[in-house]
Design a protein around this ligand. Structure first.
Ligand code: ATP
Length: 293
């Protein structure tokens, strides 16, 4: 569904350049529900905005389904954004119309794209648990309920890919669990591919795979040890600690490059060179062995 190779995004303003993505590789299967984690400024939102067609990539390759987002024309980009992707932000509810009902808010984008489907709009609100509240005006709903209306809207165009940037950032933990359950249901019942950007490691425990981004590059991957493990069991095993539920892997790109965490390099005082040995089983990286004399 998603294939990024050597993806580069440079933001230029006046004479300043910020390299937000520096040759990032990422591959996401159709029907996968995965998360991207990383520190502030690591490039998570830039990646999501690029995948969503909101930001143009600077170089490299980024393909979503049949679309090549580096080469796509402006006209096709409009179709792509309208038909292929759904977007959810932390404060999506801000963009909703407070004096319209929940149902009218869901119908609005359908009307704008000339495809009003009231039964489907009602179905979406039922799926997000708002069957009883669809006739309420938006300002009569709580923040968590408004966020669920926003989720229903993000699916109103029946996208193949749902991109969520900190979707639970401003709701309490009960609503956050509910939102993750809604995502899981859409993922399994509609085969929707879902990419979630988050700081929250406990969310990361609820997805099949977590990719960590560091300095605009994918650095580490965590893959669920047992994908069939249900949530209750996960909770018993101590959710939240990613390592308990997931196996950790370092990402090695096509030409063999990988990223060594800055902390490790600092601990060994490795700057621009390191020694590397292969003992037949392991690769050992250490501080350079300086030649004496
Ligand atoms: N429109 C822009 N113009 C210039 N620089 C930008 C722009 N958007 C992002 N950046 C820079 O690109 C880098 C990556 O930003 P990005 O927002 O993708 O990070 P992030 O991982 O999503 O961070 P956060 O978790 O804080 O949202 C940062 O150094 C940021 O300052």
């Amino acid at each position: 569904m998603i294939e990024c190779e050597g993806l580069v995004k440079i933001y230029k303003s006046d004479d300043l350049e910020v390299v937000a993505l520096q040759g990032l590789n990422l591959s996401v299967r159709k029907g996968e529900m995965m998360a991207i984690i990383g520190n502030s400024g690591s490039g998570k939102s830039t990646l999501l905005n690029t995948l969503g067609g909101l930001d143009r990539p600077s170089a490299g390759s980024v393909k979503v389904g049949k679309w090549d987002l580096l080469k796509i024309s402006d006209d096709d980009l409009v179709h792509y954004k309208r038909d292929t992707v759904g977007f959810i932000w932390q404060n999506n509810a801000r963009n909703l119309l407070p004096y319209l009902t929940a149902l009218e808010n869901v119908e609005m984008p359908m009307i704008l794209s000339g495809k009003l489907d009231r039964p489907y709009a009602k179905q979406l609100l039922e799926w997000v648990g708002l069957k009883e509240r669809m006739g309420n005006k938006l300002h009569q709903l709580s923040g968590g309920e408004q966020q669920r209306v926003a989720i229903a809207i993000s699916l109103s165009n029946k996208p193949e890919l749902l991109l969520a940037d900190e979707p639970t950032g401003s709701v309490d933990s009960r609503t956050s669990d509910m939102i993750m359950d809604i995502f899981r249901r859409f993922n399994s019942e509609l085969e929707l591919t879902i990419v979630i950007v988050t700081h929250d490691l406990s969310l990361a425990g609820k997805v099949d795979r977590v990719v960590a981004i560091r300095d605009g590059l994918t650095s580490t991957e965590f893959i669920k040890r047992n994908p069939n493990l249900d949530q209750v069991e996960e909770e018993i095993r101590g959710m939240g600690a990613l390592q308990h539920v997931h196996e950790e892997y370092v990402v090695v790109d096509r030409v063999g490059r990988m990223q060594i965490p800055r902390d490790y390099l600092n601990a060994l005082n490795i700057k621009d060179k390191a020694s590397m040995e292969f003992d037949g089983e392991k690769i050992i990286i250490s501080a350079p062995k300086l030649l004496e004399g």
